[in-house]
Unconditional design. Structure first.
Length: 109
């Protein structure tokens, strides 16, 4: 298996797996077994992506990109900029929501 530190496969490895599957005529399941890939549907999704967008489509990372440092700093700064009264109002609202939730669960009367 050719996984990088993030747990994803390189584009070269994906292309090699797809070309191997095409050359040998093996099924997705057999190809996955040959390469030790525990999730055969990965190969099927690579094949679909390659057929629709070529090798470039295999480079696109899956999932949501990580939050940038700037966004993290803005979130922290916004929380720090709240006045004492605003923080108390926020805490009050959260407590109201908690009580409402507990009532719905039957744990609070």
């Amino acid at each position: 298996m050719k996984k990088n530190q993030k747990g994803s496969y390189s584009v070269q490895f994906k292309q090699y797996v797809l070309s191997f599957m095409k050359r040998t005529g093996l099924s997705v399941m057999d190809t996955a077994l040959h390469f030790g890939i525990t999730n055969p549907s990965l190969i099927a999704s690579w094949k679909k992506a390659f057929n629709e967008g070529g090798a470039e489509a295999l480079e696109k990372p899956k999932g949501r990109p990580p939050m940038s440092d700037k966004a993290k700093k803005n979130k922290i700064t916004n929380e720090k900029e709240l006045t004492h009264e605003q923080r108390l109002e926020r805490e009050n609202e959260l407590l109201r929501l908690e009580v409402e939730y507990l009532k719905k669960c039957g744990l609070f009367r």
